[in-house]
Ligand binder design. Sequence first.
Ligand code: AMP
Length: 461
Amino acid sequence: MSFAELNLIPELQRAVADEGYTEPTPIQAKAIPAVLERRDIMGCAQTGTGKTAGFTLPMLQLLAPYANSSPSPARHPVRALVLTPTRELAAQVSDSVKAYGKFMKLRSTVVYGGVDMQPQTKALREGIEILVATPGRLLDHVQQKSVALGQVEILILDEADRMLDMGFLPDIRRILALLPAQRQSLLFSATFSDEIKKLANQMLRNPTLIEVARRNAPADLVKHQVYEVQALRKRALLVQLIRSRDMKQVLVFLRMKRDCNKLARELVRDGINATAIHSDRTQAEREQALTDFKEGRATVLVATDIAARGIDIEELPFVINYELPYTPEDYVHRIGRTGRAGMPGEAISLVCPDEHRLLADIEKLLKRAIPRETAGESSDERPRRSRPEEREPRDEAPKRHSSTPPPAPRPMVAADGFDFNKPYQPSTAAAERVAAPPPPRLRSTRPTAALLGGLLGKDKK
Ligand code: AMP
């Protein structure tokens, strides 16, 4: 299937070709025709499936008749509103809108909190057809009357589950009340809790349900390891791992934002370039930290779960859980930061005795035990205890060929003695929640079919 077969207008076909996309991803193949038919959509899809283009491309096409280059703000009312939970995701969606819409005379901007409102106000007052926003800052602008939403025709809620997790429901309701009742609404969510279903019932009319299977499960792309270590020894072990394995780019997760700066400072004292990203830092500081990390000036980025959402770093080789998260799903989100674009990645967890319960929950969610490593052994001295293919050096992994020995059986007993040979019975709540990580981001230069593992045929019904 090609983008032309989806009846995309030539301006959009050119833009996707410029991005290097050769064929639509499964969610795009399903969502684009439905959105073009002006249907409401309930999309169950995670980041990395190509969902942004799945809603942005048809949105741009529906707005094409409004394209104009008049300088008058009155000729550019907001026609489409995209709400996202985080600033980082808002910025990414906005970049996609600009990239896919670059051959169209439609204006767009993005507003999110933590930065000066003035430039945002100016852009809004000049008039824009497409507005990407986080809910709180959007309401600030509504209050200051820098934006009117009375002509919105298309509303998109991206990562709706995250928005609810972050307490945005009241803000979303306020925003819904400002929109025309007659509109097209699209809701995307990785998980479907009762709350999401309720919201969907309220805001969607006879929606088309679009589900795409998760991309590769975490175990397929990511090598998981656990180092059992006393809490007080964690920092020394982290430094040792970074040095002995010559890690050049490591995302380190902590639970509390107040600990992030401290660890980053201590690592710098240990001679390792480190920076921190968490929600107490200003937007400018967060962007600087991310840029330093992406461009290699910082080896380590210390982050909380919330701050790391929406971070898109291609081919991030290492994620280290300095502390395990309280919910196993967050582990899956964390490790989804590596193993992207089909590249192998490593997820290393430093686990102290207090965290064994959390580890057991993670292993149950993954339905496998994670191999244990012992602190103090250098990687060269380690006995062979993990799967043979897991021991390949990173740079050789893509060259793997048929002489690679077959994988040894997975460890079958979790930290708390849970036996994986027995059928796993998730709790009802757990079963409702996500059981796999946000899938790897796709690299636009790679063939889509290979990246998506031919998921089209495997989509959940
Ligand atoms: P998303 O799930 O929207 O965050 O997209 C994940 C990644 O997939 C982004 O880096 C996109 O540039 C890329 N992508 C989206 N659509 C395609 C496509 N049809 N072919 C190849 N890559 C794509």
